[in-house]
Design a protein around this ligand. Structure first.
Ligand code: SAH
Length: 350
């Protein structure tokens, strides 16, 4: 029998599985602590529980459901992992090291179906949605590599895929991530990024999880956005901004906008002025990211252009920051995730 991915269980379902094996109510807390806090990669490590219970759990549940096929470390401290899933699909996550803490960039789909013309993941197309457990196992695996205080502080859903096209797995994944008995993250430390899938923004708002919302804006107007992001033809800027304005925010919480600056396409001062107009009245910050050259079709902006763009935004009162690219030489930077395997992956390979 194939073991079930441990992380596919909602915490309440795990409680049911456990009580069938051992009636003691404190077992659930023990297993959760080992798996989610201590990062145990097997039940045999859970030495404060009876051996026969550990064996029973090990028969049906898998704490290491993905194969780590490759690990690349970049000079700036970023790490990229390539995971093989049970059916041979491939997915990547990237951990970015900052002063004293880490941010994990989590994937939600194998490939992506949104077709953004500047993004490498789009060339793969959508292979399939990740399950709840395939999303959260990425977090567990990253925690396993960290020691002591060097903790995984922030989770950003900006890896492969469009998170809001996989809400049936993303929402329970976020619930396990935020649950105090699970990964116990504050919603302030969790950000979901979207290309602008409006029905998903509306539904995420209704879920009331309190996580941060990031919008990959990337264009000052509909004609440029249509060219870069096909989703805009279905949900143009007016509809997108209306959904963004309706997203519930706590005091001092802001919407994040991401803006990939592409040379000669969306990078002029006039474009920056239009962007400032779009953001007017929205509690927001905007991250400017230099285009990582992944295709011959587009190029990086000229030297100093990002700073010029930022100056215009700042002069209009926008909170604009420039995001340094990380992990470029290991193909871990924004838009580079393509999950290229070195060898062939066989289903179930570990
Ligand atoms: N689908 C979600 C999350 C994945 S994309 C979204 O669109 O937000 C993560 C970010 O990478 C997006 O902001 C996207 O605009 C950016 N990106 C994609 N290709 C890029 C490239 N070649 N250079 C820089 N950023 C890129």
């Amino acid at each position: 029998m194939m073991k079930r991915n441990f992380f596919d269980l909602k915490l309440s379902d795990l409680s049911g599985v456990l009580s069938d094996m051992d009636p003691k109510p404190f077992r659930l807390g023990q297993v959760l602590r080992w798996a989610y806090v201590m990062g145990a990669d097997g039940f045999d490590l859970m030495t404060d529980m009876p051996k026969d219970l550990r064996d029973k759990l090990d028969e049906v549940l898998d704490l290491s459901p993905m194969a780590v096929l490759d690990e690349l470390r970049s000079r700036d401290g970023s790490v990229k992992w390539l995971y093989g899933l049970h059916d041979g699909e491939l997915v990547e996550s990237v951990m970015i090291r900052e002063e004293g803490h880490n941010t994990l960039c989590v994937s939600t789909q194998a490939g992506c179906g949104m077709g953004c013309t500047f993004c490498e993941t789009a060339t793969v197309g959508l292979r399939r949605n990740l399950s709840l457990g395939e999303i959260t196992a990425q977090v567990a695996y990253a925690i396993r590599t960290l020691e002591g205080r060097n903790r995984l502080r922030n989770l950003v859903f900006m890896g492969m895929g469009e998170p809001l096209k996989n809400l049936d797995a993303l929402v329970p994944a976020l619930e396990n991530i935020l649950d105090p008995s699970g990964f116990d993250y504050s919603p302030r430390r969790v950000t979901v990024s979207t290309c602008g899938w409006v029905p998903g923004i509306v539904r995420l708002a209704k879920e009331g999880l309190g996580v941060n919302l990031a919008i990959s804006l990337n264009a000052p107007d509909d004609s440029i956005r249509d060219l870069l992001m096909p989703v805009n033809r279905k949900y143009p800027l007016a509809q997108l901004m209306e959904a963004v304005r309706a997203y519930p925010l706590r005091p001092r919480q802001r919407i994040t906008f991401e803006y990939v600056i592409i040379g000669g396409i969306n990078d002029s001062d006039e474009h920056a002025l239009k962007v400032a107009g779009l953001l007017r009245g929205i509690p927001s910050k905007i991250n400017l990211i230099s285009y990582n050259e992944t295709s011959a079709r587009f190029r990086k902006p000229e030297e100093g252009r990002i700073e010029g763009f930022q100056r215009v935004l700042l002069s209009r009162g926008c909170l604009a920051t420039i995001r340094r690219s990380r992990g470029e030489e290991i193909g871990a930077a924004c838009g580079q995730l393509r999950a290229l395997s070195k060898g062939t992956v066989h289903a179930g390979e570990k």
